[in-house]
Design a binder for this molecule. Structure first.
Ligand SMILES: [Zn+2]
Length: 243
């Protein structure tokens, strides 16, 4: 009787152990499919290059910096929408800012038909939106571009741009010309052209030698030099999307 019990226990043990081994086999960790990245544009007049974030250098010698080797759109053109509260003149400046990138490549980067949206802020909702928001508490932050991409393929799939409504904003009448009339306001097109570069995805440059580039990481009142792309900006654009 004792032996029978022992056999039964042993059989149970073997069955249980093989069962538990099967169960205990660890499931493969879920791949981190999507990543969210935020580019913050600061007002920092005369801020030294070493005050920028410490990031690994990536082709910065050529005047541009890709993100993680080249996160970008897989399909062009990209459609975006501007918030319904943005007036027509500001809307025209933003559209022109995006077209500056489009004009420097044979690819059609952005859809010429720009949408209107009631959305604002950085929310992953499958819509690329641009809006002024009053939720940015830091008074040195001019604008924020947030983007989302698939980690495995480096394929970008959404961006949102937020302009800080707590700043004064304006439009320099002669654009990049020599008359500077916005002494205490941010030029919309100047900042928008920089943020549009983030939507492609080009990273910020912080070294002083790149202060003339559109993707230079700081701006100031009245600045207009980011309106037209410079050699480094164009080189980065071509690296990602071709000439
Ligand atoms: Zn930036």
């Amino acid at each position: 009787m004792k032996r029978v019990v022992l056999v039964v226990i042993l059989a149970t043990f073997i069955a249980a152990s093989s069962f538990s081994v099967a169960l205990a086999k660890p499931a493969a960790p879920a791949p981190k499919d999507i990543d969210k990245v935020v580019f913050i544009h600061y007002r920092a007049p005369g801020k030294p290059w070493w005050a920028g974030p410490k990031e690994p250098k990536e082709k910065e010698d050529e005047g541009y910096k890709l993100f993680r080797g080249g996160v970008k759109w897989a399909e062009l053109p990209v459609s975006y929408a501007i918030n319904e509260n943005v007036d027509a003149s500001a809307r025209a400046e933003i559209t022109a800012a995006f077209e500056e990138w489009d004009a420097n490549t044979t690819k059609e980067l952005y859809n010429n038909t720009v949408g209107t949206t009631d959305k604002a802020g950085a929310n992953q909702n499958w819509e690329n939106t641009i809006a002024w928001v009053d939720t940015i508490a830091n008074s040195n932050i001019i604008a924020i571009t947030t983007f989302w991409f698939y980690v495995n393929t480096k394929e970008l799939f959404e961006f949102d741009i937020e302009f800080n409504a707590n700043f004064a904003w304006g439009i320099d009448p002669d654009g990049e010309g020599t008359e500077y009339e916005l002494t205490s306001a941010m030029d919309i097109r100047n900042i928008a052209t920089h943020e549009a570069g983030h939507t492609l995805v080009l990273s910020d440059l912080y070294q002083g030698q790149y202060a003339g580039m559109t993707m230079y990481g700081y701006s100031e009142y009245g600045e207009v030099k980011k309106i037209s792309l410079e050699s480094g900006d164009i080189a980065g654009l071509h690296k990602l999307y071709g000439e």
